[in-house]
Structure formats: C-alpha cells, structure tokens
Design a protein around this ligand. Structure first.
Ligand code: SF4
Length: 255
C-alpha cells in the first residue's frame, strides 16, 4: 500500500510466509503495477482473488509486513520496485489492461488450449492466456517465441468471460497479432494473405476464382503437399461445389 508502505502476500500453503520470516535480510521485488493507494483499495482484491482462484470465500494465508520489528522476523528489509517494461506496456492504450491482472489463474483454468498444454508451455514466463499477452509485451516481442505467443489462442473468449478484472484478452491478442503482422512476419503467409486480399476484394476476381475452383470440384487431393500439408494433417480439404452461390442465384433465385 502506498500510504503505509505495507507489503502483502497472498498464498494458499504457508510456504510464502515461512520465506518472509526466516531470513535475516528480507528483499522484496515487486512489479510497479502491484501498488495500490490504501488499505481500502486492497479490500476488493482480497475478495476477488480467492473467489476467482480456488473458489474459496477467504484466502488461507495473507501476510502483511511494514518494515521490521525488533526481536521478530528479519533484521533488515529492502523493497525493490520493478519496472522492467511495465511503463512501456502502460503507454499502449490497448495492451495496458494486462497490467490489471491479479494472477488469480481463472483464465488458465477455463482456457481450452491451456487445459491441454498446461505448465509453462510455449516458453512464456507467465503461463496461459494472460501469459500470451503479458510476456510478449514485457519482453518486447523481440524473439520468435514472443511473436508466436499471441497466436496460441483460438480467440474463443472464455478467458475474458471469467476474468474478475475484465481484461479483454482476445482484444489484446488481436492487437499484438497486428504488431507481429506489421513486422517482417512469415513471407509465405504474407503472400497467401495478399493473394486472398486481391481475390476477396474484387467481385470479378472472386467470381473467376470460384468458377475455376468449381471446375476442379471434388477432385482436390485430401492431403496437400509441402508446408500446406501441416494444415491437412488433421483436416480434410473440403469439396468445392460445382457452382457458386451467385451462379445458383442467377439461375434459380429470382423466380
Ligand atoms: S488475466 Fe484475469 S483471469 Fe487471468 S490471471 Fe489475470 S486476473 Fe485472473
């Protein structure tokens, strides 16, 4: 709390409290987004966290400390307030909502992707849906891993529904994908997207493409060659109808 300098740790097993009381010198490293103004501001988080995390009414172990007390606990106490990219995240009007996270893990438990991958999958320091938007922002999307993280989602929106502090994780994922796309990106994917834009942006080109595809009809191979094969490993290429909807409508729709 900013008004008293008190630190708070919430945990469920008591090992955090042991680590706070045993050392002679206690050094606490705290992200700057975790500072709240007063005790009354803390109250709402003390209710939100256990209910969204473990479904408990109250948190089992809540430790608070303000400096040192002679004869009890550590002799020295140091507080390190950590920025480490957080100010840059704050400057991003869409991405900054990730700083509201209270680490309750509700989004991890509800996520259909994380439910199967678990742990620290995809090389993110913070796991799960919140990790997919927080880690790339803090690290600056400088590595292959950080550029891939915003894509580790089906954008189903379950994480947003369940988040107690209403972080719109799908919105930030799409926002970060835009930033990745503006960079060098994957050349093959960019070429495919440019082709799709040209065809889908012109009624004449779309009509020509549909007529050409209709000639092939159901004779497409079930498994595509090369890189495209990774897509057809788990899916079938659908049959292309013999005529497009526009052709169908022209012949039968205006009766
Ligand atoms: S993003 Fe929301 S649901 Fe996920 S851990 Fe943070 S506060 Fe909890």
């Amino acid at each position: 709390m900013a008004d008293s300098g008190t630190l708070v740790v919430l945990e469920s097993e008591g090992n955090g409290r042991m680590c706070l009381t045993l050392p002679e010198t206690l050094i606490s490293v705290v992200g700057i987004e975790k500072v709240v103004p007063t005790w009354s501001d803390l109250e709402v988080f003390l209710q939100l966290l256990p209910r969204s995390s473990t479904g408990e009414r109250m948190n089992p172990y809540t430790s608070t400390w303000t400096g040192v007390t002679p004869g009890d606990g550590p002799r020295d106490f140091h507080l390190v307030l950590l920025d480490n990219g957080r100010t840059d995240v704050l400057a991003d009007t869409v991405g900054r909502q990730a700083l509201r996270c209270i680490r309750c893990s509700a989004c991890l438990n509800i996520c259909p992707v994380y439910e199967r991958t678990g742990g620290h999958a995809y090389g993110s320091v913070y796991p799960g849906p919140i990790g997919a938007i927080l880690t790339p922002q803090l690290r600056g999307m400088s590595s292959e891993v950080d550029r891939a993280l915003p894509y580790a989602s089906s954008l189903c929106g379950a994480c947003y529904d369940v988040c107690p502090v209403a972080i719109d994780i799908p919105e930030v994922l799409v926002h970060l994908r835009e930033q990745v796309a503006e960079g060098p990106g994957h050349l093959g994917e960019k070429a495919v997207m440019a082709g799709a834009e040209a065809v889908l942006g012109s009624a004449r080109a779309l009509d020509a493409a549909q007529r050409a595809a209709g000639l092939v009809g159901g004779d497409l191979p079930r498994h595509l060659p090369g890189t495209a094969g990774t897509w057809t490993d788990t899916r079938d290429v659908p049959d292309v109808p013999g005529e497009s909807f526009r052709q169908w409508w022209k012949q039968r729709g205006r009766r």
